[in-house]
Design a protein around this ligand. Sequence first.
Ligand SMILES: Cc1ncc(COP(=O)(O)O)c(C=O)c1O
Length: 404
Amino acid sequence: MVSTAASATVSPAADLVAPVRSSEEFLIFGAPLICDEEEREILSSLRSGWLGTGPKVAQLEREFRDYKEAPYAVAVNSCTAALHLSMLAAGIGPGDEVITTALTFCATVNTIIHAGARPVLADVDPATFNIDPQDVAAKITSCTKAIVPVHFAGRACDMDALAAIAQQHGLMIIEDCAHAVETTYKGRRAGTFGTFGCFSFYVTKNMTTGEGGMILTTDEKHADRLKILALHGMSKDAWRRFSDDGYKHYYVVECGYKYNMMDIQAAIGIHQLRRIEKNWERRQEIWATYQNEFAGLPIGLPAQPDDGTRHAYHLYTVLIDPERTNLTRDQFIADMTTENIGVGVHYQSIPVHPYYQERFGWRPEDNPYSFRIGQQTVSLPLSPKLTDRDVADVVRAVYKVLHR
Ligand SMILES: Cc1ncc(COP(=O)(O)O)c(C=O)c1O
């Protein structure tokens, strides 16, 4: 357990004047833990001359697939690309509807639109922040083709309920696992429930490649198509065309995208994956420390992990309800920033954004739980890079801001 002695040390007057941290030591939200192994691996890629898609991407695909106990893995340059290609490989297009959560990053919704389909939003369960299966069932029409659940903050969605709905209505499941590398549900790994599971290796994620993503799929034909779509629609293995066997012709078999991952990115990811369990343990420790330290404060804390699941501890989110704290969420963010602690918001609900309001006529009140959470939520730092002192500073800052 991290030792913070937090709650005790906030009252002296001097503490109230000086920020908890100096501006030189601003605690960046989501800074990744990068070690010597990543640096050496990148250097070896640079020196080898093979910077683009090559053997290291193939290695990361194999090792990620094995870690997730999945049949096939295809690396891409973001989770956004992963979601977009999964929609296309699923055959989703104009005239189709895809149901997803109103509490997610915009990419989940944008990729449905990129595929030509219409996104339909379901509200979340107010305790878990995950998509509510009952609301999913209520939103199904004859045009519905797929459900895109997001394992929010690393907490597994109710996959039994979603799988039953999908089976009953003949729908595909495409899992948005941007937060859920380590998540399991009843012993099964997130990303292996749906026809596709999409992962993000963005800088702040549980493992990073800078920018990057991965798609898991159960079907070899889907995996082959995804590889083709990710590299201009060129025939599979076209990335080998400049190999030391000499130049090989490639053939364009459909109009694809430039979504491939580079070896320089995979060089980081290979070592991030090797450290995934160690980093998970550290985040679990920090998460538990926050839960203990904040238990008596007038703020909403995340629900404990559900039985039979493994939480990936991607985000630690608290709810700032002005009626309980006399402080708005945005004032809390401003005050934490004054204390030189970086925080995040995951997320304002999708219907608050003008583009979706104008295009689909969505109103925030239509998904009331997502809207309320989106107005009150703040994510505190949870990177494995945090030292015990960093964690203690976060706790002290929260106390100080709430007791001002
Ligand atoms: C839930 C969710 N889906 C999708 C994405 C998109 O991931 P990427 O930045 O790798 O494209 C993110 C990234 O923040 C996310 O949080």
